[in-house]
Write a protein that binds this ligand. Structure first.
Ligand code: HEC
Length: 110
């Protein structure tokens, strides 16, 4: 009986420790790079990061999209330095010419 309780405690500790680690390593599938944490924090509040990952836009168009998110979709205004970091990340990772996500990895492409 005592061993079972100990086992449960260990299992519980294991789960609570593993959860944030898994999230931190995954970042909703965003590729590594300067600004990833910020994009994950800002942009996954309302929708999946997949909606971002499947996009391919110029820096100008990403800029417009951020304006659109703020003006039409209720996103909070991002402070200038942070906004620049996010914008750089988005335009570097998801430019128009990159191959877009192929379907078949649990992502709906239509
Ligand atoms: C306050 C909520 C909110 C936040 C925060 C937010 N979005 Fe959105 N976003 C939306 C909504 C709502 C839609 C769906 C709009 C529609 O299709 O009508 C959307 C759609 C999108 C789309 C799809 C556009 C398309 O062409 O269909 C992209 C890309 C996107 N958001 C990127 C971002 C990025 C990048 C960030 C972070 C900088 C972000 N969003 C933060 C609410 C939000």
């Amino acid at each position: 009986m005592k061993n079972l309780r100990l086992l449960l405690i260990i299992t519980f500790l294991g789960v609570t420790k593993a959860l944030p680690t898994a999230l931190a390593q995954d970042y909703g599938g965003l590729p590594p790079g300067e600004g990833r944490v910020e994009v994950f924090a800002w942009c996954s509040a309302c929708h999946s990061t997949r909606i971002i990952i499947q996009q391919g836009l110029t820096k100008e168009d990403w800029d417009d999209l951020l304006v659109w998110m703020t003006e039409e979709q209720g996103m909070q205004e991002i402070e200038t330095t942070m906004r620049e970091k996010i914008l750089n990340y988005l335009s570097e990772q998801f430019p128009p010419e990159r191959p877009h996500y192929k379907s078949g990895i649990g992502i709906q492409n239509n």
